[in-house]
Ligand binder design. Structure first.
Ligand code: PLP
Length: 423
């Protein structure tokens, strides 16, 4: 019996998160035993260059020595206390002192929890009901966020998952990314009943899709006009696009920000934060209830804070990963042109995507033009040749500080071969 057979016997679908099942690429999952720097090693000892990086957070690569040593030390003191610790105060202070638009922050355990809590807070603070999100943006799996992305011009309240009732999603409005006209229509239609607009300031869950120049600015203005909160879901972009995330990168100040895995350096962490006046509505100060037994866990705080301090103290990390990313994606563009491949590249900073379509990708509908069957074949070829990319088209490639030119050159050759072999 293979491990996957055993897994299937005891775990639904054999996995603890659906994309790991490799269904989108029509394969069985690989099982990873260990990782180091930019490499993963499966249980058969096969080595892969990793461009998933635990879905983004491992910006310093796998098994960073300083983080590992600090975590080992922290473990000596016990794994969890369920009480207040200095470590979580250090983490909050560090983020608030370094990210100008965050005056207070609350730790949670995942991006899903961060978003769910931020939305509750936005509703509590504004006294309004509706939430606007954008087709193709993923904000975790809380009920109100599970609206079918890309299901037309304006999807109102049609749940995307069995088990989510219509009443859970009837106040969620999902509209196309990068389209301010539709957002304005929505604001006009619902006049002053929109609690918040939430988005990935760079979308990374329909593949990487960049906001156009006017989009983020326009969002900010519309939210101000209609007295709604603007929430940047920076689970992917936070501390990656720049130290101050997308907010700093684009110079737009959201009212609330959600963070995820990156502030735990890969440990299970999330957080939401923003203006003091808003955050003070959270229990026990205010009437918006939110809690968590393991929130601010000492091991996760140690790992996360170590990573954030390394990033803060070594600005060259951002220029390095951005240069490596540029090197990868610009060469990829050249390879595509040289071979006349039916592909499009979107990238920004240290994340990007290759879409199997020639057309420009700027929202969910255009992303869906990508040929996912071709992606599946490409994925298999890449995996066979020892490169691990996301096992689904609508995800990102992440570069870490451990990806160097030599590794990227090797990858570029493998990508060229892998695409050639599907045509
Ligand atoms: N928000 C965004 C932008 C994400 O990419 C994700 C997950 O990747 C989430 C929220 C949910 O985070 P988690 O998987 O930690 O619940």
């Amino acid at each position: 019996m293979s491990i996957f057979d055993t897994a299937n016997k005891y775990i639904p679908g054999g996995v603890n998160s659906p994309v790991r099942a490799f269904k989108a690429v029509d394969l069985e999952p690989i099982f990873i035993e260990k990782a180091n720097k930019s490499y993963l090693y499966d249980i058969n000892g096969k080595e892969y260059i990793d461009y998933v990086c635990s879905w983004g957070p491992l910006i310093l690569g796998h098994n960073n020595e300083e983080i590992k040593q600090n975590v080992i030390k922290a473990c000596e003191n016990g794994l969890s206390y369920g009480t207040a610790t200095k470590l979580e105060v250090d983490m909050a202070q560090f983020i608030c002192e370094n990210i100008t638009h965050i005056e207070k922050i609350r730790m949670v355990n995942s991006g899903t929890e961060a978003v769910m809590s931020a939305i509750r807070l936005a509703r509590g603070y504004t006294g309004k009901d509706k939430v606007v999100k954008f087709d193709g943006c993923y904000h975790g799996h809380s009920d109100s966020m599970l609206i079918q992305a890309g299901s037309g011009l304006m999807t109102e309240g049609i749940p995307d998952s069995s088990g989510v009732t219509k009443s859970c999603t009837m106040d969620t409005i999902s509209i196309p990314y990068n389209n301010l006209d539709i957002l304005e229509e929505v604001f006009k239609k619902h006049s002053y009943n929109i609690a918040c607009v939430i988005l990935e300031p760079v979308a990374a869950n329909m593949g990487v899709v960049l906001p156009n120049d006017a989009f983020l600015k326009g969002l900010r203005q519309l939210c101000d006009t209609y007295k709604s909160l603007l929430i940047f879901d920076e689970v992917i972009t936070g501390f990656r696009l720049s130290f101050g995330g997308a907010s700093e990168y684009f110079g737009i100040t959201p009212d609330l920000v959600t963070y995820g895995k990156i502030i735990g350096a890969g440990m299970p962490v999330g957080a939401y934060g923003g203006k003091k006046e808003i955050m003070d509505m959270v229990a026990p100060n205010g009437a918006v209830y939110q809690a968590g037994t393991l929130s601010g866990n000492p091991i996760a705080m140690t790992a996360g804070l170590t990573q954030l301090k390394i990033l803060k103290e070594n600005e060259s990390i951002y220029s390095n990963i951005n240069n490596m990313s540029k090197y990868l994606f610009e060469n990829l563009k050249y390879i595509i042109k040289r071979n006349n491949f039916d592909c499009t590249i979107n990238y920004i900073g240290s994340l990007g995507s290759i879409f199997f379509t020639r057309e420009k990708v700027f929202d969910y509908m255009s992303a869906k033009k990508s040929d996912t069957k071709k992606y599946a074949k490409y994925f298999k070829n890449m995996l066979d040749k020892g490169v691990y990319i996301a096992p689904a088209q609508f995800e990102a490639i992440f570069i870490s500080n451990e990806h160097n030119k030599e590794i990227i050159d090797k990858t570029l050759n493998i990508i060229e071969d892998s695409i050639k072999n599907i045509i």
